[in-house]
Design a protein around this ligand. Structure first.
Ligand code: PGA
Length: 251
């Protein structure tokens, strides 16, 4: 059975007090969700989020994690540390990290390995730029990024991994992929998983769509065969909008 997951990615937004208020506002609105509801927040907000979400179905995630267990990595946070505070999910390889912070397919893989080893559930992001799409490399690129991210992952560990297909040209731009483009991209990701782990594992893995998903287009997107939820940026900063998306994925 494929699990539907709607995850908010707050990015660099919200102080702990704002985080608490937003989770409190979301709680009554998403209480009847049948999909998994996750909020991924900045490190300093995680404790406030966990406290505010307690007793609700909302799960909390971080937005990044380092691959080393511990050591001289000033400014970084380990998977063990996230696990210790009660975090369940972690976003890995978001295109903003790839674009601005030197993230590579290799470091995405290292972070993913560290996360599953510590018992966290990675939300691994893949996606093509507009240039790559126009050159006709979308399928090649998505399969490559997916396979690189999952290198040395075991079939058992794969069960804890969510993959988010996020076309870079659709993130924060207001330009959403059409439902067919999202379905196709997610299908390429699923095909890569099938090539590595077999048809059954590919059938069961949760593949989200992300990129300007909002209250107006969520229903059409999640209705697609290969779209098992979403990774939501801007619309996850508004409780009402986020709740509409959660509702669309709860049908
Ligand atoms: P967006 O961001 O919904 O604001 O486009 C999605 C994401 O970056 O995960």
């Amino acid at each position: 059975m494929r699990k539907y997951v709607i995850a908010g990615n707050w990015k660099m937004n919200n102080t702990p007090a704002e985080a608490k208020a937003l989770i409190e506002a979301m709680k009554p609105l998403v209480k009847d969700a049948t999909c998994e509801v996750v909020i991924c927040a900045p490190f300093v907000d995680l404790t406030a989020c966990l406290e505010a979400a307690e007793g609700s179905g909302i799960k909390i995630g971080a937005e990044n994690v380092h691959w080393a267990e511990k050591g001289a990595y000033t400014g970084e946070v380990s998977a063990e540390m996230l696990k210790a505070v009660g975090v369940e999910y972690v976003v890995i390889g978001h295109s903003e990290r790839r674009q601005y912070f030197g993230e590579t397919d290799q470091t995405v893989n290292l972070r993913t390995l560290a996360a599953v080893k510590a018992g966290l559930k990675p939300i691994v992001c893949v996606g093509e730029t507009l240039e790559q799409r126009e050159l006709g490399y979308t399928e090649t690129l998505l399969k490559y990024q997916t396979k690189m991210a999952l290198t040395n992952i075991t079939a058992e560990q794969l069960k804890d991994i969510v993959i988010a297909y996020e076309p870079v040209w659709a993130i924060g731009t207001g330009v959403t992929a059409t439902a067919d483009q999202a379905d196709e991209g997610n299908g390429f990701v699923r095909a890569a998983v099938a090539e590595m782990f077999g048809a059954e594992a590919a059938e069961n893995i949760t593949v989200q769509y992300g990129g300007s998903m909002n209250a107006g287009n969520a229903e059409e997107l999640v209705a697609k065969e290969n779209v098992d939820g979403g990774l939501i940026g801007g619309a996850s900063l508004k409780a009402e909008d986020f709740a509409v998306i959660v509702k669309a994925a709860s049908k």
